[in-house]
Ligand binder design. Sequence first.
Ligand SMILES: [Zn+2]
Ligand SMILES: [Zn+2]
Length: 479
Amino acid sequence: MGGRDEYAMNRPRPVRPGAARNRFAMTCDKYISSTPAMKNSRQRRTSARLVSALASAASPTTSDLAPTSAALGRASTRLNTATTTKTTIITSSVPRFKDEDSSLTDNGAHIQNHPKRIPPSKRKRNQPEPTDSELDSDSSDSDFATPAKRPKKTATSRAASSLQDKLQAVATKKKRTAPTKTSAGETMTIVRLANASKLVGAHISVAGGLENATINAGKIGCNAMSFFLTSPRTWNSKPLAEATIAAFKRNCEAHGYEPGDVMIPHGSYLVNLGNPDAELREKSYNFFLDELKRCDALGIKYYNFHPGSSVGKCTPSESIQHIAACINRALAATSSVHAVIENTAGQGQVVGHSWEQLRELIDLVDNKQRVGVCLDTCHMFAAGYDLRTKEAFDRSFREFDEIVGYPYLRAFHVNDSKFGLGSKKDRHAPLGKGEIGLEPFKWLMEKPEFDGKLFILETPEESNWPAEIKFCIHFCGVL
Ligand SMILES: [Zn+2]
Ligand SMILES: [Zn+2]
């Protein structure tokens, strides 16, 4: 905890009104919306310039980022109201992609929107997921269309086609689409990015059954997901039926999600492993163990949970000892699931809000191979770890690495914060619409140390998720 007060003094530096703010807002706006398809190399070069302009833009202050969040909102509105919008995200392995066409964006990823009318006979509402061959025909008007489907070839389209030939094998294998109904009642198809350096997704509804997680995640372009295994606010949960497990695994396979790699369910809100009352703690422990066993049964490797609270009846250290004892028992009683501890905002008597407390907890866990940390950006900011300037951002994570260690990092909850630095209030805000601002999320996605981690949006306004996912993916690049 020592030294954290100085963060409060570290206010964002003033920026000349209009300069950095406009540059950042404009480039973000253009990139997030990216309405016109990049049809030729000149447009690709322009897009590359936008990326480098964004990269070199000075850090705007939190309030300066307001127009950017408005842009995010507008982009999302466009996504939801376009007559028929197909969002296509195509990528390949970096070296080949970049070598072939240096005019591509720095991170080698194309994000294209094709406003396009599709005859109702081709795209009905509630249509099941298209097959790979349908998927190919959907791509026929993109820059990277199958060569045979393009009637005339210009020099530009020939270059694009040769690139497409090379991409085809990867893209058709790895991309998945799912039609989803927009608020305007039209169909929007989102293609998931293959090979993204970070696995971006959201906390998905499993209304109607766990097996729906992958369907709902696919609809909004998730490469990772969290969900509740049981109802998070009740102690009563039905046993996990064999039929549910089978349907869940079938859907994972069908939608291209590997549960052991891309899923991190969220634990029940009722469980408190840090309660000094032995009877209440045992009730929590049994529920916790049951959820971990469900993960094992479903092939899920990561299970995220809030560590617990002393409820004001013991010291934080005693509470941490109770939590560690529960984790040790549960890991011994399960086979492969990892216990992933979420940092807390520090509200009430909860523990796990400082790097020191997380370290203290991990030190007491016997099986270091199966314990990890999920960092919630809203919680860390509310707990006093500043993220608003690059300097503060780097320092907060450097301290995490020094005290807890990146090897324990498994996932992030990507949330802006409704309340200020050190407020100890756990209230999420959409990206760029809270006190953290938008740019720190760009830094987060760019950070190479976090490649391969899961990034889960828990932001309010679910209609924003496709745009927020797209924003994150744009900056994370590809592996
Ligand atoms: Zn969270
Ligand atoms: Zn939270």
